[in-house]
Design a protein. Structure first.
Lengths: 337, 337
């Protein structure tokens, strides 16, 4: 059974995946995945994934058959399982919990060789729409406190399948990294009565040194304290704590799918041009469900190309050495066309 | 000029290494280092490194010449520079500081193809002795608040040179990750009036499920909440907050070099046997200099083999998925001989 364990010093939870335990020989054998082999995410192979929980189809085909433009299915090898109640227990100084959660895969397109940079804009909009629908649905499950939406593009970024896909993981706790970000935003708000992200956006749009691109609803920047070369953030210009919630508010209007899809595709195309299709991680930074402190936070997307290796110094200190100043990265990105 | 920048949300500092700026083409060209080429750390090439700040020699040769068993030299391409005063300034919502610090390389042996696992025990003792002498010396510089000692072994772990070496970086601030660990230990101490690491050691030695090996002065374990497969900690059995300090205390006795060297080599040999010379990061976890909360902490060594890739989920949550339960890892490590 998968188990969550808490580090007694750092207070950080870890998933011990006892179910898909890996032995030493699994690591020492060269990890080479055959490219071009069978792909379970391609159209026509719908029976090779668990049954879909969401799909966009233009025709009247039944679920789990051909004719879709996007599918969401449970992960066949989930990090956390949907079944069971939350069970928490101690063992001396240690704390554990069983691994309850949800782990879903968003198959972004039926076409194996497309990407978010090459799809028609409507296709990127659909991906964002699927993220949002699934987050709203998972939120109904009271066992979950947070859903993370992320994408690993390329083997170096941790992708195990080549077919364009992203993932959602619903968690029974708010992860430490997320809590820290919420707390940072809350501390700033308490001191200044303003959102730190709104302040960052205002300053970036004035200074123009780190802006990559913008449209009516979003701006993309190379952040001031970039941890990685060519790290890029996409921020909604209007304050909104949660990616999935809050857009019913008449003052905030409907979710700006078109602006979000346009700038996301624009940024990924620029990255492809400047860095020749680099591996990257894309993460939606969002507020947790129990809406404490929700007004302080400002959802956004962070994209980090995987160009450097994390070594001992970074592990030991969480202090990153970035060899490309964000001002220079922004300039390369702005000029890419 | 290298610059430290603070993330306005997370409060985490980043080193923007403007001096050795890397352009997009530096990342897109395949990174292949010629193995077996010229090595600046080998004996006879003493003039190809900056002048040594420490060396162990058995003969009467002058500094920066042959005949050494260990040398410490400043890093030729330092992440931080030793010159200058600390200068802190704001820019709207942002904070920056100039990159003052020290970055040194411990050349562990004159022999290119040795390692900490194959050196004579006395050689490993010398490496620990050099770490300690340098930390004590750097501590005299009042600009520094923390020195991290670490080793990247293998290209996948971030090593850029093959010759056995470790590094020290002295920092003008206490890094966030270090502060969190100190705070976690302090919170536990305040609640229980006991050291959390002492409690962990006691429980591990009783349960024996995660113990790898022990001697009179040290124990090695696979930690309960291991973030990575085969993560290994080496803990001194007697409470001591700082690796370099506190051993003058008559109750604590002299620094147990022999026990530390013996168990470090034992652990590295077991890792080599089980995982066939894996890439790894080794980090000395230590308390900062200004001795706040110092009594709560317990210095130790953490070794993390680089067997899995960090992907979007881990970046976004600091929530690690470990496919090898530490109880199984400990069993493989115990049985290795």
């Amino acid at each position: 059974m998968t188990e969550l364990r808490k580090d007694p010093v750092l207070g950080r939870w870890v998933i011990i995946a006892t179910e898909r335990s890996r032995r030493p020989s699994d690591f020492t054998q060269e990890e080479r995945r055959p490219l071009g082999g069978f792909c379970p995410l391609c159209e026509g192979n719908e029976d090779r994934t668990p049954p879909e929980v969401l799909a966009f189809r233009d025709n009247s085909n039944p679920p789990n058959s051909r004719g879709w433009s996007l599918r969401v299915v449970p992960n066949k090898f989930p990090a956390l399982r949907i079944e069971g109640d939350l069970d928490r227990e101690g063992d001396g100084v240690y704390d554990r919990m069983n691994g309850v959660g949800a782990h879903e895969v968003v198959i972004e397109t039926p076409l194996h060789h497309e990407s978010l940079a090459t799809l028609p804009l409507k296709g990127v909009e659909n991906v964002l729409r699927a993220y949002r629908e699934r987050v709203i649905d998972l939120r109904r499950d009271s066992r979950f406190q947070f859903v993370i939406v992320f994408k690993n593009h390329g083997v170096a970024a941790g992708a195990s399948l080549e077919h364009p896909h992203s993932q959602l993981i619903a968690l029974p706790i708010v992860p430490k990294r997320v809590a820290e970000e919420i707390e940072g935003a809350r501390d700033y708000f308490q001191y200044k009565d303003r959102c730190v992200f709104c302040d960052v956006i205002r300053q970036e749009l004035q200074q123009r040194k780190r802006v990559i691109s913008e449209n009516e609803t979003f701006v993309s920047i190379a952040p001031f304290a970039s941890s990685f070369p060519f790290e890029t953030w996409i921020l909604p210009k209007s304050h909104n704590p949660n990616f999935a919630l809050g857009y019913v508010d008449p003052f905030r209007g409907p979710f700006p799918y078109e602006g979000a899809a346009q700038i996301l595709q624009d940024v990924l195309r620029r990255l492809d041009l400047v860095l020749k299709d680099p591996p990257y991680n894309l993460i939606i930074h969002n507020s947790p469900f129990p809406s404490r402190d929700k007004d302080c936070y400002h959802w956004h997307i962070e994209i980090t190309p995987k160009l450097t290796k994390m070594a001992g110094f970074e592990w030991g200190t969480a202090f990153f050495i970035n060899p490309t100043p964000p001002e220079e990265a922004a300039e390369y990105m702005r000029e890419a066309r």
